[in-house]
Design a protein around this ligand. Structure first.
Ligand SMILES: [Zn+2]
Length: 406
């Protein structure tokens, strides 16, 4: 639509609007300080991530220590169990040796009793012999020779001699038997004494071995205790490290959120892209006008770019779609937030191509030209909004990119 008289008025005012636009567009102080804050935030995040990496390495090392120490403990316990087993075996061997020794002692005692009994038997037998001789000759004190030499005649002597010989032979036989038994008992006693002595040596050996093994076991026990305290310390350090990692993770999340907030509060940067590719004709400039539909005096908050229904409308810069909907005046329209309080508005679409909350890239098609809302024909109504309000969008483009059609 053309509004020749009003347009001239618009043109007169344009220069001052442009100036206002320029002032409100730059705000260099605020952006610089946000940029500084963001740089500091990014540094801090890098520092935190470095700390996190170091902690993760420490944590991994601790876990390895725990694993190694646990395995060492397990092995040490196995060794200790084997030593326990050896001690038990030695104790049972010692018990056996002691039983054997007790057995030998009993046997030796029995043999000694037997020897002593035999000695008694021999003595008794000798007494019997002497009594028999005494009974025979009524002379218990006489010796064989006295008896023999005391004989009255040869025949008497011969009789005596035969008697004595018979008695003597009989007694000798019995005494010899006793002596033989006594000799073998003494031999047995000798053997038993030797066996006992050898068993005593065995027992002493076993006791020595047991003492050695118990010494080893004590050493092993203190090694196990050492490992246990190492393990406890490592587990405690691991828990501490875990808590530290959690703390740093929280700090990182906080810093990321803070950096994101700073990034969002900062304009994405760069030049605006012409929103309607290939369409350069401005049908109504920014500023006061009589509205083409309402015919009332109003302020035109953007520029109208002449185009055909279905033409592409693209995002002027990277950003987030904060509005994609319908309004009685704008019809189907889209608002994109470019950060730092800078946004762009595109109105009267025949069709929207984006949704609220969607991230868009500079040059991405966001809608198609139409004539919805307060519009008298297909065109793109385009606004640039800064923190302090709308500016004349044309101030953001080189004049070669458009021409004003009056
Ligand atoms: Zn317009």
């Amino acid at each position: 639509m053309k509004h020749p008289i009003l347009f001239r008025l618009c043109s007169l005012l344009l220069a001052s609007f442009c100036l206002i636009g320029l002032f409100s567009a730059s705000a260099p102080q605020a952006e610089a300080s946000i940029a500084d804050e963001l740089a500091a935030g990014k540094n801090k995040l890098a520092q935190l991530e470095k700390e996190q990496k170091a902690l993760a390495d420490k944590y991994a090392a601790l876990q390895k220590t725990i694993k190694d120490t646990t395995s060492k403990s397990k092995n040490a316990l196995k060794v200790k169990e084997a030593l326990d087993q050896t001690v038990a075996t030695l104790e049972s061997q010692i018990e056996n040796a002691e039983n054997l020794l007790a057995g030998y002692a009993t046997q030796i005692l029995a043999v000694e009793q037997k020897i002593s009994a035999l000695n008694t038997d021999i003595d008794e037998q000798y007494e019997l012999f002497k009594q028999r001789v005494a009974i025979a000759y009524e002379n218990g004190e006489a010796s064989y020779l006295e008896i023999l030499f005391g004989s009255e005649s040869l025949s008497d002597l011969l009789v005596k001699y035969d008697l004595i010989r018979d008695i003597a032979a009989y007694d000798r036989q019995i005494i010899d038997q006793y002596r033989q038994t006594k000799t073998s008992a003494e031999e047995l006693r000798g053997e038993l004494t030797q066996m006992k002595a050898s068993q005593e040596n065995t027992l002493a050996d076993l006791e020595d071995q047991k003492a050695d093994v118990i010494k080893q076991r004590k050493k092993q026990e203190s090694y196990i205790k050492e490992l246990e305290s190492d393990l406890e310390a490592a587990i405690e350090a691991e828990a501490q490290s875990d808590a530290e990692m959690e703390r740093i993770q929280k700090e990182i999340a906080k810093q990321i959120a803070e950096n994101t907030r700073l990034e969002q509060s900062q304009y994405v940067g760069g030049e605006f892209l012409w929103p309607c590719p290939g369409r350069r004709r401005i049908t109504c400039v920014f500023g006061p006008r009589i509205h083409p539909v309402t015919k009332k005096k109003s302020n035109h908050t953007g520029v109208d770019i002449g185009a055909d229904t279905g033409d592409d409308v693209v995002a002027s810069n990277d950003g987030t779609v904060i509005t994609a909907g319908w309004n009685y005046a704008y019809g189907n329209y889209v608002v994109i937030d470019h950060g730092g309080g800078v946004s762009t508005l595109y109105a009267h679409a025949s069709k929207l191509k984006v949704k609220k909350g969607q991230k868009v890239k500079r040059g991405q098609v966001i809608m198609l030209v139409g004539s919805t809302g307060y519009s008298t024909g297909p065109h793109l109504h385009y606004e640039i909004i800064l923190k302090d309000g709308v500016i004349d969008p044309l101030t953001k483009f080189d004049s070669s990119q458009y021409y004003i059609d009056d």
